[in-house]
Design a protein around this ligand. Structure first.
Ligand code: UDP
Length: 328
């Protein structure tokens, strides 16, 4: 019989792609989502349980009903800029929400937890590429809240029969190549969808946030990883836990850094259209450069990124973008 996996945030961008991958791997993803940023139409691969992580009794009800083999925790507020404007909301919803979910997991005697953490936990670093052992000194409340949850998982693993795989994502991009799913936020804040909107004339122009960073072209450098590759790693992480290999942290990036201007240029080339843009101020909380080595995920999980070239990510995002939309 297929095992169920509770997927918090499964109606969101990364969570919905993870549900597709879980379904393809023979699991039944049970989406737990409050639809604050997610979409009902993105839930296509298993049951939907509407609920809020701040509502512990609702969580207990869902665990009792589905008896999950594992939990994947995607639900979170995830915007760096917002987290600087309203840090309290980030600490409450991300940290208290995760605490409820972890406690519900332990109470239900579910032993495996996969957590979406972030490269934003590292903060500003001198290292050429980061590894999982680099110091974690976040410079924004989003990264701070995710780092707190990592600590929470370590403490719960020490006390209870709970193992976790923590993935620190770099910049996730692209879309399901079948275009059943894709990136759709309202309001949109992420670079590639904003750029595609500008190309299509749906917004006047892309604003480049800061051109005076200490990088070769003055714009921020990020490591972009395809959402399909990222969710493949999650299925491998789940199998790692089920093989009783214990708790582990993995960075998920490609090791290649691209500046905002590189992404603009690649979008122009892929879509064959001009990118209307203006040069703006820095966005508070942004690090100048975040690039990862993923040697650990490749060696230990057997992860093989297949679609994570910049052109492929933009091409897949563009295909989805042209017909995009979900309803709540
Ligand atoms: N960015 C930008 N203009 C925008 C949105 C983002 O220049 O309208 C930059 C942002 O400063 C960062 C990069 O693009 O350097 C990626 O930002 P995004 O919000 O997509 O992801 P984040 O790195 O914050 O997770």
């Amino acid at each position: 019989m297929s095992q169920t996996v509770i997927v918090s945030g499964g109606a969101g961008y990364i969570g919905s792609h993870a549900c597709k991958a879980l379904n393809a791997a023979g699991f039944i993803p049970v989406v737990f989502d409050n639809l604050s940023t997610g979409w009902r139409d993105a839930v296509q691969f298993g049951p939907f349980e509407e609920g809020d992580l701040l509502d512990r009794s609702r969580l207990d009800e869902v665990f009792a009903k589905h008896n999950p083999a594992a939990v994947m925790h995607f639900a979170a507020l995830s915007q760096v800029g917002d987290s600087m404007k309203d840090p309290g909301r980030y600490w409450r919803e991300n940290v208290v929400g995760a605490l409820n979910l972890i406690e519900a997991t332990v109470a239900a005697e579910c032993r495996h937890f996969v957590f979406s953490s972030t490269c934003a936990t590292y903060g500003e670093q001198d290292a050429v590429t980061l590894t999982e052992d680099s110091p974690q000194i976040p410079i924004n409340a989003y990264g701070g809240s995710k780092l707190a949850i990592e600590g929470m998982l370590r403490d719960f693993s020490a006390r209870y029969d709970l193992d976790s795989v923590i993935f620190r994502y770099f910049n996730v991009a692209g879309a399901d190549p079948d275009a059943e799913l894709g990136e759709f936020h309202q309001p949109e804040t992420h670079l590639i969808p904003l750029m595609l909107d500008a190309i299509e004339g749906k917004r006047p122009a892309l604003t480049i946030f800061g051109t005076d960073y200490p990088t070769p072209d003055g714009t921020c450098i990020r490591d972009y990883v395809h959402v399909m590759d990222l969710v493949d790693a999650h299925v491998l992480g789940l199998k790692w836990l089920q093989a009783d290999k214990g708790s582990r942290v993995f960075n998920l990036g490609t090791g290649s850094g691209f500046s905002v201007r590189d992404v603009v240029e690649a979008s122009r080339a892929v879509t064959n259209r001009e990118v209307p843009m203006t040069l703006g101020e820095r966005r508070p909380g942004d690090c100048s450069k975040l690039v990862s080595g993923s040697a650990r995920a490749i060696e230990e999980l057997g992860w093989e990124p297949k679609r994570s070239t910049l052109n492929q990510m933009i091409a897949d995002a563009w295909r989805w973008h042209q017909g995009k939309g979900f309803a709540r």
